[in-house]
Design a protein around this ligand. Sequence first.
Ligand code: GLC
Length: 744
Amino acid sequence: MKTYMRNIALACCAAAFCTVSCSGPSGGRDADAGKKADELLARMTLREKIGQMNQVSGGYGLMDMAAKGEVGSILNCVDPVEINAVQKAAVEQSRLGIPLLVSRDVIHGFRTIFPIPLGQAATFDPAIVERGARVAAVEASASGIRWTFSPMLDVARDPRWGRVAEGSGEDPYLASLMGEAMVRGYQGDSLCSRSSIAACIKHFAGYGAAEGGRDYNSTMISERSLRNTYLPPFKACADAGAATLMTSFNEIDGVPSTGNRWLLKDILRDEWGWEGMVVTDWNSAGEMIAHGFSRDLEHSAEQALNAGVDMDMMSFGFISHMEKLVAEGRVSEDDIDRAVRNILKLKFELGLFDSPYVDVEASAAADYAPEHLEAAYQCALESAVLLKNEGSVLPLDNAGTVLVTGPLADAPYEQMGTWAFDGQKEHVVTPLAALRSRYDVIWEPGLEYSRDTDKSSFARVRAAAAKADAAIVFVGEEAILSGEAHSLSDLCMQGSQSELLRAVHESGKPVVAVVMAGRPLTIERDLENCDAMLYAFHPGTMGGPALADLISGKASPSGKLPMTMLRHAGQAPFYYNHNNTGRPCNGTETLLADIPVGAGQTSLGCTSYYLDTGYGPLFPFGYGLSYASFSYGKPELESFSLERDGILRASVRLENTGDMTATEVVQLYVQDIVGSVVRPVKELRRFERVTLAPGESRAVGFELPVSELAFWNAEMEHVVEPGDFRLWIAGDSASGEPVLFTVR
Ligand code: GLC
C-alpha cells in the first residue's frame, strides 16, 4: 500500500511540475524551470542534493545508486533498454523520483558519423556544421541520450596534441562560429523538445595550450592571452545559450581549472552572467591530488565545489565527502543548493520530469536516415582541402583503369576518426567502395594499416600501377593515433606509407594522394611523390562517396585549412595569428645548406627563423585550392576612417577565372597595427563561402562592427584602441594586399 500511495503522491508531484509546453522562441527554455527547481530543492535532504551532483558512468553499480537517489546523471549507457531500466530505478524507486540526465560523448555524430570537428571546421560552413549537430541530436535523443559533451572549443596551435582532431583549429573566431553552430544544432529551437540534447562547451579553459602538445600537460597562459585567444569561443557559445560547460584537466599557471574560482565564478558567473550547469571532466576533481593542488579526495571535493563546480564526473568525491564537508563548515549548503538548482533546472528545461523514458521501439528509427547520410556526405564533401593539383591531374574525369591503394582506402573504422563511439563501421562507405562505381578499379592495399612497415606487397602495387591510367593512394592515420591522450612528437606519415606513395609515383602515372588524418601531418616529402593531394581529415560515414565525387569531378573541393600545416613538428606551436616579434623573418635568412663553412657569428642575419626549415609553414591557415581559379580585386571600403561605434563595410570583386563551377571561402582579416600591447599580425574577422560559375564574378561584401576589434589591452580593459589598421580580403591568411583604415 505504501508504495502505491507513494507513487500516487509522486505522480501528483510530477504532474505539478510537468506542465511545460515544449514550445518557445529559438533556444526556448521552460521559463518556470528555475521556480520548479526551487520548489523541488526545498523538499530535498542534504543526501539527496549531493546525489544529484554525482555523475557516474555505466558499469559502476548504477541501479543501486539510482534507486537510492545517489546519482544525478549517467554517462556511457547507450542501450535504450538499459537506460530505461536505470531511469526507472531513479524515477520509481528513489524517494523523490528525480529523473537522471543521460549523457554521452556525441562529438561528431551518433550513428551517422560526420567528419571530425577539425574537418568540419575546414568547411568554413557553420550551416552544414549545425545540420550535423542537429542530426546527431535526433539520433542520440532517440536512444535516450539528452546531453552531449560537445562542442569542444579549445583553440589549438600544436598538431602534436592529438585532441586538435576534436576542435576547430587555431583561430578563436572560426572556433566561435563552429561552436555556436553546434550549440544551435544540438539544442534546437527548444531544449525540451524530445529531439534536443543539451550542449556542453569544453574544456574550460586553455586545455589546447598544453606545453609540448603533450596531452594533460601544464599550460602557461597569461590572463591577457586567455581573454584574447582562449576564452572568446566559450563566451560566444555561453551567449548562444549553451546549457552546460565542462572544466578542463589542465592547470593554468599552477591552478587546475576544476578548482579555479577565478575562472568558474569571477569570469563565468560574475562577468559573463552565464547560468548554466558546470560539470567536471572525468575525475578532473580527483586528479587535483596528482596535480599537487589537493591533499586528498575530500579536499578536492571541497575545492571543486567552492570554485563553482555543480556536478562531479567520476571522482566520487562529492558523494563520498560532501556531507562531512558541510558538517565541518568547509563548504556551505547554499553552494550545494546553487549546484543542485542548476542541475534540476536543466532537467526541467529538458522536460525530463515530463517524459523520462525513451521509446525503445522507435530508438533506431532515425539512425542513418537518408537525409542524415546526405548531410554527412555534404559535410565530408566540403571538409576536404585540396593542397596540390599539379597539371590539373584532378579531377580524374577521363581515367579508365585506376589503381586504388593505401591502408585508408578501405578502412571503415579508421575513416570515422576519433570519438566515434556509436558509429557503426558496417554503415561506412569507403573510398574503395565508392570508386568502384566510377572507375575500373585495380585494388592493391599495399599496407594493411597506417603503421604497417611490411613492404612485401609493394611489388604487386608497382605492377598494378603499370597497368593503370592513374593511381589514388589513401594514406594518413588510424583513428587511434589522434584524440585524447594520443600526442605525437613526430608528425610524419607513420609506417611505410611515404615509401608506398613513392613506389607508386615511380610508376610515372598520375598519382593522387588522399590523406585521412586527425591532425595536420608534416607531409612535405609526400607532396613530392604525388601530382595532387586532397587532405580529408577523417571524413566519417559518407567519406567514400564524397571523396569519389571530388576525385571524379562531380564536385570541386572547397575546404580551407583550419590549422597551419607545418614543414616539421619542431616548428610547433605555429599559427597565423601570431605576434610579429621585434625581429620578424624578412627574407634575408640563410638556410643550413647555404651557410659558408666558418661563417661569422652574426653573418646570417638575426631574425626569427629556423636554420633548417626556415620560417614559414608548408601551407598557411585558410589555404585550400579548388578545380577553378579565383581572382580577387582590391578591397573597397565604404569609409577609411571610422568611429569606435561605427561599422566597417568592405567588399571585393571575386571572379571565377577557371573552367569549372567552384566555391571559394572568401576571408577577411584585420591587423591592429599598434596597440598598448602588441597585437597579432592578422586576425580572421569574417568569411563567406561563394560559389561562382566559370567566368562569373560577384562583389562580396562584409560588415564588421568596429566594436569587434576590441581586445584586452595593457590596462586589462576590453576596448577598441584608436589607430591605424590593415585589412585583407583573400583566399587564405597569407595572400592579398592590405588596405589601410583608421579608427578615431
Ligand atoms: C574525457 C574527455 C572529455 C569527455 C569526458 C567524458 O576524458 O576529456 O572530453 O567528454 O571524458 O567521456
